[in-house]
Design a protein around this ligand. Structure first.
Ligand code: SAH
Ligand code: SF4
Length: 368
C-alpha cells in the first residue's frame, strides 16, 4: 500500500495517464475524478459504476488519503480550523471563514517557510518541507466533507485562498497541480476568480503562473520602497519592487480580474506613516490594484506592534480619498486561537521538534 498513488494529487491528465496505463478509457478517469472530489469518496468498492476489475486495480495501486486531522476547532463566529498532520512532527492548518455571500477556505502549501518575513511566525519557524499536491487538495477535500452541502445543495466552500502557511510560489509544481484540480469541472469546478494565490513576490513564478494557470493574484507588499521592504520581506533583495511591480503588470494581461490585491501588514511606527501611504498610493496608481490592510497579529518575541486603529484608518483614508479601493482585514475566530500556526507550534513543541512558539496570523476576512 505504501507505493500506491494518492489520487487526491492527480490532475486530469495525470489521472487519465494512470487509467490509460490500465487500459481504461478517458471517460473512466473523469468518472473517477468525480467520485473522489465531488462525492468525497475514498473507498473504491463504493464506486459502483466502475468495473469491478478497475476497482480492484485501484484498490491495490491507488488510495484517496487526506492529511490526518489532529484537531478541529470551531469558533463562535462560524470560523473553523483544522490542524493537520503532514508527517515527521510537522503540522499545518487549513481555515474556513464563512461570510454572508461566500465561504472561503485558506490553505497551506508548506510546513514552515523559507522567506522569513520579519513579522511572520511561520517564517520564524524556518522551512520544513513542501506539501505535495495531494496534501494541498486534501485540505479542500476534507473541508468539503466536514462542512457538507449548503441548504441549496451547493458547496459551502466557494472560494479558496492560498494564504495559510508557506510561500506557494516556492512550491510551484504542487501548487499548480492543486490549482488545476480545484478548477477542474470534474473536481471542484471553482472559477479562476474565486481562487487566489498570495505571494511574497517570487517574480519568475508569477510569470509562470500567468502562463500556466492565471488565478486571482494577491501580492504581499508591506512596504512601498526597497529599503524598508528589504527588511520586512527579505525576498525583496532578490526581486526588488520595480521587478515585482513589472511582473504584476504582466500578470494583469491574463488575470481573471483586472486588479492585483496588494496586502499590507500594518506595523506600528514601521510602515504606517502618511508618507508611506502616499508612496503606496503612487504604486497603486501605477498597477491596477486593491489594497488590503492587515492589522499585524503579534506573537511572542516578534518585537513589533500592531498599528493603532486610528492610524490604520488614517492610512486607509489617504488611499481611499485618492480613489483606491482599500479594505481592512477583520480578525475572525479569536476564540479558537485562530492565529494560524499557533496550534502547529504546540504540536511541534510537544514532539520536541521545535522550541519556538509558532503563533501567527489571525483568522481573517479576506477581501479579494
Ligand atoms: N507566503 C504567502 C502566503 C501566506 S502568508 C505570502 O506571504 O503572501 C498570507 C498573508 O499573511 C501574507 O500577506 C502575510 O504577509 C500575512 N501575515 C504573515 N504574518 C502575519 C502577521 N503576524 N500578522 C498579520 N499578517 C501576517
Ligand atoms: Fe513565508 Fe508568507 Fe510568512 Fe513571508 S509572510 S514568511 S512568505 S508565509
Amino acid at each position: 500500500m505504501s507505493e500506491s498513488v494518492n489520487l487526491l494529487g492527480l490532475d486530469a491528465p495525470a489521472l487519465a495517464g494512470l487509467c490509460a496505463g490500465w487500459g481504461e478509457k478517458p471517460f473512466r478517469a473523469r468518472q473517477l475524478m468525480r467520485w473522489v472530489h465531488q462525492r468525497g469518496e475514498a473507498e473504491f468498492p463504493a464506486m459502483t459504476d466502475l468495473a469491478r476489475s478497475f476497482r480492484e486495480r485501484l484498490g491495490s495501486h491507488a488510495r484517496v488519503q487526506a492529511p490526518e486531522v489532529l484537531r478541529d476547532h470551531r469558533s463562535a463566529d462560524g470560523t473553523r480550523k483544522w490542524l493537520l498532520d503532514v508527517g515527521a512532527g510537522n503540522a499545518v492548518e487549513a481555515v474556513f471563514i464563512p461570510e454572508a455571500q461566500r465561504g472561503t477556505l485558506c490553505v497551506s502549501t508548506q510546513a514552515g517557510c523559507a522567506v522569513n518575513c520579519l513579522f511572520c511566525a511561520t517564517g520564524k519557524q524556518g522551512f520544513s518541507r513542501n506539501l505535495d499536491a495531494a496534501e494541498i487538495v486534501g485540505q479542500l477535500w476534507l473541508a468539503n466533507k466536514a462542512l457538507g452541502a449548503a441548504p441549496g445543495g451547493e458547496r459551502v466552500v466557494s472560494n479558496v485562498v492560498f494564504m495559510g502557511m508557506g510561500e506557494p510560489l516556492q512550491n510551484y509544481a504542487a501548487t499548480l497541480a492543486a490549482l488545476r484540480i480545484m478548477l477542474d469541472d470534474n473536481a471542484y469546478g471553482l472559477s479562476r476568480r474565486r481562487v487566489t494565490v498570495s505571494t511574497s513576490g517570487v517574480v519568475p513564478m508569477i510569470d509562470r503562473l500567468r502562463d500556466d494557470c492565471p488565478v486571482a493574484l494577491a501580492v504581499s507588499l508591506h512596504a512601498p520602497d526597497d529599503a524598508l521592504r528589504d527588511e520586512l520581506v527579505p525576498l525583496n533583495r532578490k526581486y526588488p519592487l520595480a521587478e515585482l511591480l513589472a511582473a504584476c503588470e504582466r500578470y494583469l494581461a491574463r488575470a481573471p480580474r483586472d486588479f492585483i490585491t496588494f496586502e499590507y501588514v500594518m506595523l506600528d511606527g514601521v510602515n504606517d506613516s502618511d508618507a508611506h501611504a502616499r508612496a503606496l498610493l503612487a504604486i497603486a496608481r501605477r498597477v491596477p490594484s486593491k489594497i488590503n490592510l492587515i492589522p499585524f497579529n503579534p506573537f511572542p518575541h516578534a518585537g513589533l506592534r500592531r498599528s493603532p486603529d486610528e492610524r490604520v484608518r488614517r492610512f486607509g483614508s489617504v488611499l481611499l480619498e485618492a480613489g483606491i479601493v482599500t479594505t481592512v482585514r477583520r480578525t475572525r475566530g479569536d476564540d479558537i486561537d485562530a492565529a494560524c500556526g499557533q496550534l502547529a507550534g504546540e504540536v511541534r513543541d510537544r514532539t520536541r521538534l521545535a522550541e519556538r512558539d509558532a503563533r501567527r496570523i489571525p483568522l481573517v476576512e479576506v477581501r479579494t
